[in-house]
Ligand binder design. Structure first.
Ligand code: TYD
Ligand code: MG
Length: 455
């Protein structure tokens, strides 16, 4: 009889251990390791394979008919862009996000859009009854869309249905509710989520069906998070946003068929998610008069320029170790900029709390925002506003020098479009096109402190 072995698996990243531990060394999560039944080991590979299987073939020998079909466009522009220009046939997309952020809403709208575009679409819900999904569709004004609904969690039943129906597009909401009966652990465990994703992925490839898997980002260590299946799928999108804000950002973090880092911006309204066509306007919160600590950064997200407001507050600290707090920006990078300001420009932050916030619930990860962050902090510290018609960008190196950033032309053009008149940027930057913006070119951070703040 086969012996059932168990292993200990981290539900955040899927790392396996022989013994239980309170801390996952692979991803750093605490309390995320749980005991699970190990997948039964497959026997040794058979020596003889089916004739022709697994054989190499010349790239050029692939017949026209086997070449990928054109992408299917949903008509929801922000979604199509994040997918890299539409949905690729036989691809598997993972959409992750916090519970309640709007994943089901987005995918129901996508299902309706693809169905209306002529793709046979099935929406499989493991969380809501079919009637509840229908009610939501009606509320979104999509009641008439030709989407088939199925409320099911047993993977075998789902695959049988898909085999019979032969859809072109399937949504599995959510992968954590799916249950493969050949795996012993409970639904939501790492082994179940992996097994279900594996089955669905190979089914999608075999039958040429596009599949979207919804994955909740979990706080509770008992349920596996979407990270454990990121490596299996073609495209990984995360749906992000602050609870208090109505704006949602769909971000591609991995895409085998398009640029990663692409974003789509949506607004959650009473009638579902609406596309935001000019996100720069959105992220520049109400800025009419100059205020210290507020700087506009001309950034690039994916293939598109985006202006965002960076806000800083510097206040005397009552703590022995002053507070460094960031929202929408990496804390380590903030410490680095503060250290460079101190070491290269003589501007100290001892005894001062520093708060940094990116407006509108946006998250910026481009190093090109360094100079804007430094400008916001300096402006807050000196209580000197930066003119409201100025954008700032540039990467700061540890020596204090400013490094040029990519796509300067696009950044300047977007700023001009939104009525900005001047920019502060690295002097080595290459500008080809005339944007109508006066560019103030700066060599290093010390020069920046001197010209802008006269210190
Ligand atoms: P949902 O798509 O169910 O989230 P998820 O699948 O990611 O868990 O969205 C839930 C939230 O969205 C809920 O708090 C209500 C809000 N919402 C709206 O504001 N407008 C709408 O039209 C819909 C359908 C939902
Ligand atoms: Mg949902």
């Amino acid at each position: 009889m086969a012996r059932t072995t168990t292993q200990f698996v981290c539900s955040a990243c899927g790392a396996t251990y022989k013994k239980w531990a309170g801390h996952c060394e692979a991803c750093g999560a605490w309390n995320s390791i749980h005991e699970e039944a190990a997948l039964s080991a497959a026997g040794p590979a058979k020596k003889t394979l089916g004739a022709g299987r697994g054989k190499g073939m010349a790239l050029s020998s692939l017949a026209e008919s086997e070449a990928p079909l054109p992408r299917t466009v949903s008509g929801i522009g922000e979604l199509d862009r994040v997918l890299g220009g539409g949905l690729v046939p036989a691809s598997v997309v993972l959409v992750g996000g916090d519970p309640g952020i709007g994943k089901s809403t987005l995918l129901l709208q996508a299902a309706a859009a693809f169905a209306n575009a002529g793709v046979k679409t099935i929406y499989v819900s493991g969380e809501e009854a079919a009637a509840q999904v229908r009610m939501r569709a009606q509320r979104l004004g999509l009641g008439a869309a030709p989407v088939s609904l199925a409320a099911e969690t047993n993977l075998r039943d789902i695959l049988t249905t898909l085999d019979a129906e032969r859809p072109g597009f399937v949504i599995i909401d959510s992968i954590q509710t799916m249950w493969a009966d050949h795996v012993e652990s409970a639904p939501g465990s790492v082994s179940q989520v992996r097994a279900a994703s594996h089955e669905l992925t190979s089914f999608a490839k075999r039958r040429g069906i596009s599949v979207v898997l919804v994955g909740h980002v979990t706080k509770d260590g008992q349920i596996a998070g979407p990270r454990v299946i990121e490596h299996m799928v073609d495209t990984v999108l995360y749906f992000e946003g602050e609870r208090g804000h109505q704006y949602r950002i769909l971000r591609a973090v991995k895409n085998r068929f398009g640029p990663a880092d692409e974003i789509g911006v949506f607004e959650m309204t009473g009638a579902g998610l609406a596309e935001v066509l000019n996100p720069s306007e959105l992220f520049l919160s109400e800025r009419d008069r100059p205020a210290s600590g507020s700087v506009v950064f001309a950034g690039i997200e994916g293939t598109r320029p985006l202006l965002v407001e960076i806000q800083a507050l510097v206040a005397p600290s009552t703590l022995a170790t002053p507070r460094r707090s960031t929202v929408g920006w990496d804390g380590g990078r903030l410490s680095m900029i503060l250290a460079v300001l101190e070491a290269r420009c003589g501007v100290g932050f001892g005894g001062l709390d520093v708060y940094l916030n990116v407006a509108g619930g946006m998250r910026v990860s481009e190093p090109a925002a360094d100079l804007a962050v430094a400008a916001a902090i300096l402006s807050a510290r000196q209580d000197l506003p930066i003119p409201t018609d100025t954008v700032v960008f540039g990467e700061i190196s540890l020596s204090g020098a400013l490094r040029p950033v990519s796509q300067a032309d696009q950044r300047l053009k977007e700023a001009a479009k939104l009525g900005f008149a001047s920019a502060i940027a690295p002097s080595k930057m290459k500008v080809q096109a005339e944007s109508g913006i006066t560019v103030q070119r700066i060599d290093d951070l010390a020069g920046f402190v001197e010209t802008v703040f006269g210190a």
